[in-house]
Design a protein around this ligand. Sequence first.
Ligand code: RET
Length: 244
Amino acid sequence: MDLSLNLLAVAKVAVDDYVGFTFFVGCMAMMAASAFFFLSMNSFDKKWRTSILVSGLITFIAAVHYWYMRDYWAANVESPTFFRYVDWVLTVPLMCVEFFLILKVAGAKKSLMWRLIFLSVVMLVTGYIGEAVDRENAALWGFFSGAAYFVIVYDIWLGKAKKLAVAAGGSVLSAHKTLCWFVLVGWAIYPLGYMAGTPGWYDGLNGILDMDVIYNIGDAINKIGFGLVIYNLAVQKSDETLKA
Ligand SMILES: *C/C=C(C)/C=C/C=C(C)/C=C/C1=C(C)CCCC1(C)C
């Protein structure tokens, strides 16, 4: 038998493998979104190009990780925890950069960005420990992770970021508000996935939906949707510039 041929063969996706299906569709969606953001970038006013570029980088980094996760799942039928968290630890801080970029017009300082980045890394590292390193105490690690998440929600909804958004007003304020909803509702999908996939007092949630399906739905909503909010803001702002 020719083994090399066998190694190159594409793993099968079973008809009832709905987790594998969401990895596949997620991968394609991230690629398509990246092409969309990158190709539309130059039609905007210079000030907004970086924001659109970052939207594209977020979906592109996710697309590459989905490529690996799709493969990993197909070969092992096991959660690709490592790739998942490497993806998040790169893309979630970039989402914090997006908050900073749109608030820069109102004078946002880099310290605001670094604070959000720091909190998001704490949220993800504690989540990773609970999911992969110290599963017995997953609930406790999830609690620490949730606390960091809560501070992020507070900062953008009521803290300094909110004040800057109010100062900027207009379409920046409304885009900021939409992004805040993404973080409050869209990001809340992730702790649900975590509870579905780790042991803890919430064990009743296990088996309702697969953890990876929940994470994949969350990623599609948050990475692509978040990018489209920025895109929409850039469209509005460029129109304003044209009219002025
Ligand atoms: C593109 C990826 C995104 C937006 C990922 C966001 C991930 C989270 C908001 C994860 C949060 C978690 C908790 C709040 C508690 C349990 C552990 C986590 C890491 C799943």
